[in-house]
Design a protein around this ligand. Structure first.
Ligand SMILES: [Zn+2]
Length: 271
């Protein structure tokens, strides 16, 4: 896990653990049952797709912002999580040091540590998510009981946003609907530099170059696809670096297009 800087702002991946899933339970290419064969390099020896789960710590100088809050202490059934607070401590931060918890969306693997046993974990933080996700996952009559129970404890500390919003100097949200109604990309900028925290708008970088994949948990797969494609067009061949919540190694990269087509290039090999 490598830290990155965006001008004056530092971003550290904070791993909570690994979620191992059959790949076709995460991403499918409709009409192509064998699509994963082309990406076997991403699978482990058992043919499972290991997805890192956690969050990103964004330090602006004024604020200490945790973007997404992992899955929480849970092991079994392909899940091995629960390290987020230890990994925050290794960076020198206790839960009470976090000023803001910014949630890209409210799926279970992004909100695990917002509260434990009904008690808010980041006791001084303001919690932030898109109001449409709060409605979908918490206040809707058909909201799932598990999500409602997990998220209700933060209601008093919640400042929901609607549409593109400035959270702090150099930290902005951008609507990126489809995966969930309020799915959000976090834009980090300082000076001339810019980076995007994509949440689950993209699970694996190849979705940028093979746009017909769908995430099984997309609430609106077609809208998610349009959101992804618009984003790719905007950032290809720019210096904007991006990382998804579940990218391999939580590694940032860029989209480069040339006569040979569009390619994803991890930061480590960017040249
Ligand atoms: Zn996720």
């Amino acid at each position: 896990m490598t830290a990155t800087t965006v001008g004056e702002i530092r971003i550290d991946p904070v791993l909570d653990g690994i979620l191992r899933t059959p790949p076709e339970h995460a991403l499918i290419r409709p009409g192509d049952d064998d699509a994963w064969a082309a990406h076997a390099d991403l699978l482990d020896a058992d043919g499972m797709l290991p997805l890192p789960v956690g969050g990103y710590l964004v330090r602006t100088g004024e604020r200490v912002i945790l973007v997404d809050a992992g899955l929480g202490p849970l092991t079994g059934d392909g899940i091995s999580c629960g390290e987020l607070l230890d990994n925050l401590a290794a960076l020198g931060y206790q839960p009470g040091d976090i000023t803001d918890v910014l949630l890209t969306h409210l799926h279970f693997d992004h909100v695990g540590w917002v509260a434990q046993k009904g008690v808010v974990v980041f006791e001084r933080a303001t919690y932030r998510c898109h109001e449409q996700d709060w409605a979908h996952f918490v206040t809707a009559p058909d909201a799932a009981e598990g999500a409602r129970r997990k998220l209700t404890p933060i209601a008093d500390r919640l400042e929901p946003f609607a549409g593109d919003t400035t959270i702090a100097t150099g930290v902005d949200t951008r609507d990126a609907p489809g995966h969930t109604p309020g799915s959000t990309v976090v834009v980090v900028s300082s000076g001339e530099e810019r980076a995007l925290l994509l949440g689950d708008v993209v699970h694996c970088p190849f979705e940028f170059t093979e746009p017909d994949w769908e995430a099984l948990f997309d609430v609106d797969p077609k809208l998610a696809q349009r959101t992804r494609e618009a984003l790719a067009r905007e950032v290809e061949n720019t210096d904007v670096r991006m990382v998804g919540a579940h990218f391999d190694g939580m590694t940032f990269g860029r989209l480069i297009s040339s006569g040979a087509g569009t390619q994803w290039r991890n930061d480590a090999t960017a040249g």
